[in-house]
Design a binder for this molecule. Structure first.
Ligand code: FES
Ligand SMILES: [Fe+2]
Length: 373
């Protein structure tokens, strides 16, 4: 038997592991540099496929990945000007998703009136962001803003991407809960962690740890311990995003996009105020920090995060096999993360249900609103 759906879940863990993420936020889906002009990529949010393409003029566009004719994925088609063209019969859809041209015999009929769903797209911090929720809400919900990456002197940052075969809630549990230092006994990104603060609000969970940050050999060489207090770390699950902050000097944001119930794409944006030159009382000049972070990503960050990825994927397997067995979850932080994920998904489902109801004819609505006998 597979784990229950959210509706049939009977306890917190079952709910957390089945919950989606509210589509009415901006989600990072791809690196901007990975989409060339006239290129189309399929991106997926919670099972919904979207064809993301860059038109001839360089603008990014996103349209549902379904031809209105016979439902072929448009992502296997091609770009022509501003339009996306289906591979099969060549039907062309304009930037508003409208069927604009049919290149074959119309049998005396007019071009059918079809319109595909389009999505708002933006680029920030080298990432492409899509708003998968209600189109009207896209203008009201801001993209995440990271002040340290803005302005004339942004901190150095080279995003890292992972696709992990695990539910997004497992990744949040992993990244904000420091009980798993055993997993990282080789790299020691944090050690002897003690939870000193846990606070939940409507939209966020904040935690703080007293812990030795970056105690491993590689990080230890670059962190300037005289200038940075590496004995304390703050983290936030600021729905649906996650961040950490070590003494306002070492930070990260994590942007997850839930592909489906067992796959999550994660973009980690580690950023650093400064780096120490190993063995010398010097700081690296700003211009050298980007290549240095690139090297550190390959040598240190990716191997470290791979440990988390392997653990989360193993947890997913364990969950699917043993979901009906009790778990001994003792971290209050993990309970708080899961509560937030569940609450937000319930709110989303309630809004969707209300929307559906308001679209129904009045007589049907009355019948549904009657209490059942
Ligand atoms: S299926 Fe797309 S044009 Fe026919
Ligand atoms: Fe970890």
């Amino acid at each position: 038997m597979s784990p229950p759906s959210f509706e049939n879940a009977s306890n917190k863990r079952e709910k957390a592991r089945a919950a989606g993420l509210d589509p009415n936020y901006w989600y990072a889906v791809e690196f901007d540099k990975n989409i060339a002009k006239n290129q189309i990529k399929r991106v997926t949010f919670w099972g919904t496929h979207v064809a993301l393409y860059r038109d001839e003029r360089g603008s990014l566009r996103a349209v549902e990945d379904r031809c209105a004719h016979r439902h072929l994925p448009l992502s296997i088609g091609e770009v022509r000007g501003e339009r996306i063209v289906c591979q099969y019969h060549g039907w062309e859809f304009d930037s508003d998703g409208r069927l604009a041209h049919v290149p074959h015999d119309l049998f005396g009929l007019k071009v059918p009136q079809c319109r595909l769903k389009t999505y708002a797209v933006q680029v920030r911090y080298g990432l492409v962001w899509i708003f998968f929720g209600d189109r009207e809400a896209a203008t009201k919900v801001p993209l995440p803003l990271i002040p340290d990456l803005e302005g004339p002197e942004p901190w150095a940052c080279v995003p890292v991407e992972f696709t992990i075969k695990a539910h997004h809630s497992m990744i949040i549990d992993n990244v904000s809960d420091f009980t798993h230092e055993y997993l990282h006994r080789k790299f020691k990104p944090f050690s002897e962690a003690k939870l000193t603060h846990l606070e939940s609000t409507d939209d966020a969970v904040f935690v703080e740890y007293d812990t030795k940050v970056g105690g491993g050999k590689v990080t230890g060489m670059f962190v300037d311990r005289r200038a940075v207090d590496t004995n304390h770390m703050k983290l936030g699950y600021q729905y649906p995003y996650q961040w950490s902050n070590t003494d306002d000097a070492i930070k990260h944001w994590l942007f997850n996009v839930p592909i489906d119930e067992r796959t999550t794409k994660s973009f980690y944006l580690f950023h650093f105020k400064s780096f120490r030159v190993p063995f010398l009382p010097l700081r690296f000049p700003k211009r050298l920090m980007v290549p240095l972070i690139k090297a550190a990503n390959e040598l240190h960050v990716k191997p470290l995060l791979s440990e988390d990825a392997v653990a989360c994927e193993a947890e997913q397997e364990g969950w699917e096999r043993h979901w009906d067995q009790p778990v001994a979850e003792i971290s209050p932080a993990v309970h708080a993360f899961q509560n937030l994920t569940i609450r937000k998904w319930e709110q989303h489902l309630a809004r969707e249900a209300a929307k559906k109801l308001s679209k129904q004819p009045l007589n049907l609505r009355r019948r549904e609103e009657q209490p059942s006998e």
